[in-house]
Design a protein around this ligand. Structure first.
Ligand SMILES: [Zn+2]
Length: 292
């Protein structure tokens, strides 16, 4: 839910660099030989990106590492080009990979910065938008590598929907509206302790497909529960402020205070914080509540 610029690499850069770093001459020659077929497959990815129908790309069968999936290349060979030729490499391919992961600036684009991107000093994880278990062809395509927090990476899992309406949002390639228009919503339950319910509520004017996609994305990233638990930790200090330093504020002044936070320009429009504070400001009950 946060737009990312597409990686500044040509589609074959990571393939070429990881192949160049291979020490086994026989497999290296095999990859070089199959390069034109890989390039064609990457062009097909670009075509499906225009229509946002990545689910139409050919899938490898579950398991079956020895199966030939592209040209003369097996699933196992394509996946190990990523595992060994990129992740474990100490050469240029690993540098490209790290640059791709760094581009998120520590905010996961799938959840808008909910999850930790990695331990201190680490670069976090990269998610294969099309999972390599089913789309090994795209294991080293830069556009298929999205920096992501561990929870989203896991939530997206090893599968990819066959229904185009259920495909997750792609931070590089998807429609602007997903990143610029509000499609998350929260409602405040009138009870103490406070409970906030979050949901995906896309504008009714959106095409049905896009409405379904944001709902599927919200679910895949488990944002309902993750936003709710994040709201919990935010509300305790907020309510204690309301009882102390902000106690002199009228309900209207308190609402303005909440709106200032909701409208901080750096917050992702559909992130937990903006969604929460917008809902709190819109709640007459919350602004007027006596928490003492
Ligand atoms: Zn995330």
């Amino acid at each position: 839910m946060k737009r990312l610029d597409a990686p500044a690499y040509a589609s074959m850069d990571l393939y070429d660099e990881s192949v160049a770093g291979l020490t086994d001459e026989a497999i290296k020659v095999k990859f070089l030989h199959n390069r034109p077929t890989v390039l064609e497959a990457y062009q097909r990815f670009d075509e499906e990106s225009v229509t946002k129908t990545w689910c139409n790309l050919p899938r490898a069968a579950h398991g079956k590492p020895e199966a030939i999936v592209l040209g003369a290349l097996s699933k196992k060979e394509l996946v190990s080009l990523y595992d060994d030729g990129v992740v474990k490499s100490k050469g240029k391919s690993r540098k490209i990979y790290d640059q791709i992961k760094l581009a998120a600036h520590d905010e996961c684009p799938y959840c808008g910065g909910m999850g930790e991107m990695g331990e201190d000093g680490e670069l976090g994880t990269a998610d294969h938008f099309l999972p390599k278990a089913y789309f090994p062809t795209y294991a080293v395509l830069p556009l298929n590598l999205v920096p992501a927090c561990g929870v989203c990476n896991k939530g997206m899992g090893g599968s990819f929907p066959t229904d185009e309406n259920l495909q997750p949002l792609n931070p590089y390639l998807d429609e602007d509206q997903f990143f610029l228009e509000k499609w998350t919503s929260a409602s405040i339950r009138h009870e103490v302790p406070l409970v906030v319910d979050f949901e995906a509520r896309p504008p009714v004017g959106w095409p049905e497909k896009d409405q379904q996609r944001v709902k599927a994305h919200f679910k895949a990233c488990k944002l309902e529960t993750r936003y709710r638990s994040r709201a919990w930790t935010e509300l305790t200090p907020l309510i204690s402020q309301r009882k102390s330093t902000l106690s002199k504020f009228s309900s209207e002044q308190f609402r303005e205070h909440l709106l200032v936070i909701a409208n901080e320009p750096n917050l992702p429009i559909n992130g937990w914080k903006r969604t929460l504070y917008s809902a709190l400001a819109a709640s007459q009950w919350f602004c007027e509540a006596d928490f003492t």
